[in-house]
Design a protein around this ligand. Structure first.
Ligand SMILES: Cc1cc2nc3c(=O)[nH]c(=O)nc-3n(C[C@H](O)[C@H](O)[C@H](O)COP(=O)(O)O)c2cc1C
Length: 449
């Protein structure tokens, strides 16, 4: 999966027993609350929509990436925050929110980054009534500049003068220092009731070498997707299926789902080559998929992602994904094969049968051995165009039977394009009891971006 970049950070659910228990019980409660809400009539559902704002001011992307990651964590808890750069909101519109997380970088000489400058021009010197707004600010900067975190500080003063309440002390961060970010995250987590971040399950950056890249979809109508294979320069680190890899490429950091196991001796990723409307290759994907020479080294940090690990036990597994979402599912499926657990059902969607048989040798061989029930769907199929949600709906009886047998459901891929649809459909196709048990027993796991 190609996910947003981060600098010097690690975001995850803690492994330590106490925090895990707290986080999971919090998560379960949220699921319960949201489940209850989403089963009421639509009008109540929208009236009860969460009022979280996650706003950022970012020049080179660090603050934006943090904000995006926060938003994803909220979404994994079935909350739907509004995520935006400050410029896209009018100062007085902040009064429409009761809770905000603000990730604010400083640029120039103590100035606002470009995507917050217009906001600040309008805000400065005005004093709207923001007395119903509570906020928590993470201010990013560099103490080598004379006005350290100057914009964050000025924005916080302005908010306070307008009557807003700081729910946590403003945290100034020097050069993305992880300890400060962690400290803020813990406080913000407590306030927000969402487990936002913990540093202890992320390792350090290690060097890896680009070993190979194989295009998975030659001639596809979709953008090229590549299986990227990396070998460790030093010892092979340990990770679990479901974990993530943060790649440092130039000044950017990108996060991808890991598609392989340590036993494979390589770190495999599935990366879609991003090309802008102007034909410019994306920074991270362009380097990985086109520009980097084989043998080139890059810094990678592995990030534990317990929320997407396989559950204990040998119950069946349902795996649903589209596009690069196959990466996370493939890691899990490989682990299931290693464990000798053949009761797997994969529903995978891409564009067309002729050019999008991603990883077909491996998947077909598991299917031929009876270890995988394989449903491929193609959105551009001539006769029966289909998305994964259509196939799932067509196999609703089978879904219910598997869930009754204790199956867990893993969903990986885009939130907007697929994750939300699958979520909605599962709620519709499963009985209330099945849906409740899936949550209670933590058998519904998602890696969406
Ligand atoms: C040209 C430039 C000017 C900067 N000016 C300041 C500054 O005045 N005060 C400060 O604390 N940090 C300053 N910084 C540091 C950035 O705030 C810091 O690198 C931050 O992590 C960037 O976050 P972003 O990628 O979200 O924009 C500056 C950085 C650059 C490149």
């Amino acid at each position: 999966m190609s996910m947003p970049e981060l600098s010097e950070l690690h975001w995850l659910f803690n492994k330590r027993a106490l925090w895990a228990a707290l986080a999971m019980s919090g998560w379960l409660m949220l699921c319960w609350i949201c489940l209850g809400k989403s089963r009421r009539p639509a009008v109540i559902k929208s009236a009860a929509a969460p009022d979280w704002l996650i706003a950022y001011a970012s020049q080179s992307g660090a603050a934006r990436e943090i904000a995006e990651r926060l938003a994803r964590t909220f979404q994994q808890c079935n909350l739907t925050p509004v995520l935006m750069p400050l410029n896209t909101i009018q100062p007085q519109e902040l009064a429409g929110y009761s809770r905000a997380l603000l990730i604010i970088s400083t640029y120039g000489e103590g100035e606002a980054p470009d995507n917050a400058a217009a906001f600040w021009r309008k805000a400065e010197g005005t004093e709207p009534d923001l007395s119903s707004l509570n906020y928590s600010m993470l201010a990013l900067g560099d103490d080598q500049y004379a006005d350290f975190c100057g914009f964050g500080r000025r924005l916080a003063h302005w908010l306070n003068a307008a009557g807003a309440t700081a729910a946590t002390p403003r945290q100034d961060v020097n050069r993305l220092e992880p300890g400060s970010i962690q400290s803020w995250s813990r406080q913000a987590s407590t306030w927000a009731g969402v487990p936002l971040y913990d540093a202890e399950t992320s390792g350090a950056f290690e060097q890896w070498r680009l070993l190979e890249r194989l295009q998975l979809n030659p001639n596809s109508p979709g953008s090229p997707a590549w299986l990227i294979r990396l070998a460790p320069v030093a010892d092979m680190p340990i990770w679990q299926a479901g974990d993530l890899a943060q790649l440092s490429i130039g000044s950017a950091l990108r996060t991808y789902s890991i598609a392989s196991l340590p036993e494979d001796g390589v770190l495999e990723l599935i990366v879609r080559q991003v090309v802008s409307a102007q034909g410019v290759a994306g920074h991270g994907s362009g380097w990985l998929c086109c520009h980097a020479e084989l043998g080139a080294t890059l810094d990678v940090r592995l990030q534990s992602n317990p929320a997407f690990h396989l559950p204990e036990g040998d119950a069946p597994g349902i795996f649903i994904g589209a596009g690069t979402g196959l990466a996370g599912l493939r890691g899990l499926l490989r682990q299931r094969q290693h464990q000798g657990r053949g009761d797997n059902w994969l529903i995978f969607g891409e564009r067309c049968l002729q050019h999008d048989l991603w990883l077909n040798e491996e998947l077909d061989s598991w299917a031929a051995q009876g270890k995988l029930l394989l449903d491929r769907c193609f959105s551009r199929a001539e006769h029966r165009p289909e998305y994964v949600q259509h196939r799932l709906a067509a196999k609703a009886d089978q879904l219910r039977q598997w869930v009754d047998r204790g199956a867990s459901i893993h969903v990986c891929g885009s939130l907007a394009g697929m994750g939300r649809e699958i979520h909605r459909l599962l709620q519709e196709l499963l009985t209330a009891e099945q849906w409740m048990k899936l949550h209670q027993q933590q058998r519904y796991r998602r890696d969406l971006y």
